[in-house]
Ligand binder design. Structure first.
Ligand SMILES: Nc1ncnc2c1ncn2[C@@H]1O[C@H](COP(=O)(O)OP(=O)(O)OP(=O)(O)O)[C@@H](O)[C@H]1O
Length: 242
């Protein structure tokens, strides 16, 4: 469904993505993991067409991305930090986005209800707490029933109850056959939901495959320890100049 060939992205002298080749497995939940500054958000933004890639190809449902953004209708995106118009109310923001995507009618307002967002409907965005803004961000990502979900640090800033509600929703959508890509630094929190892992470091992909294969290849007992081991190895290699 999403296939990436030789993707490079430079920001001036910084090589954020260095000839990446990777595919997302359809109907699975892929966990994109790597240290700070490794290229995760750049990869996500490349798939979404939010940045201009330096070279390479990205295919979504066999369609090569070439400046036509209609494919984005298939994707629900939850950015790391949402930027909604500060002077609109929560309800106005939801209505605005519904109007923009008016062709999609089978809306999924489950998270709006689960997060009890209706009680915040009359508040302006600038008056929301960080966690409530994050709940709105999540609710909008799921609202249009997309077949692909891209979630950048989805549980960051959420209290434990809201975080569990969101994890349950992610699992529910996965069981319906959605393809999900998510990032998080809190590995233990999302270990249970992950099936496939992409490990990225310094713009290079060092592992892409099943979670259990990664754990067994490192000889560790869980994903958190396996990823920590990989990160330590990579940082030692870089400091040794390898
Ligand atoms: N707009 C930009 N201009 C210049 N450099 C950028 C820009 N965005 C990202 N970078 C650089 O690209 C590299 C990859 O950044 P990216 O945000 O993709 O990392 P990340 O893995 O998402 O990090 P984090 O886990 O901290 O969110 C970093 O070196 C970063 O400083």
């Amino acid at each position: 469904m999403i296939k990436i060939n030789n993707l490079c992205k430079n920001y001036g002298d910084i090589i954020a993505l260095n000839s990446i080749n990777v595919s997302l497995v359809d109907e699975k939940l892929t966990y994109l993991v790597g240290p700070n500054g490794s290229g995760k958000t750049t990869l996500i933004k490349s798939i979404l067409g939010l940045i201009k890639i330096s070279s390479g190809e990205i295919f979504v449902d066999k369609l090569r991305l070439n400046g036509n953004f209609s494919y984005r209708e298939k994707i629900g995106y939850m950015p790391q930090v949402a930027s909604f118009p500060e002077n609109l109310t929560v309800e106005e923001v939801i209505e605005l986005i519904k109007n923009i995507r008016s062709s999609i009618t089978n809306l999924d307002d489950e998270l709006i209800n689960e997060f009890n967002l209706k009680k915040e409907f009359n508040k302006k965005i600038k008056a929301l707490s960080g966690g409530t803004k994050q709940k709105l961000n999540a609710a909008i990502a799921f609202l249009f029933n997309p077949k692909i979900l891209i979630l950048d640090e989805p549980t960051a800033g959420l209290d434990p109850i809201s975080s569990s509600l969101l994890k349950d929703k992610i699992l529910k959508e996965k069981s319906k056959g959605k393809t999900i890509l998510l990032t998080s630094h809190i590995i233990s929190e999302l270990e249970e939901v992950a099936e496939e892992i992409i490990f990225i470091c310094d713009g290079l992909i060092f592992f892409s495959g099943e979670k259990n294969n990664l754990i067994s290849s490192t000889g560790e007992k869980n994903l958190e320890r396996a990823i920590s081991k990989l990160m330590r190895e990579k940082s030692e290699n870089f400091s040794n100049g390898n």
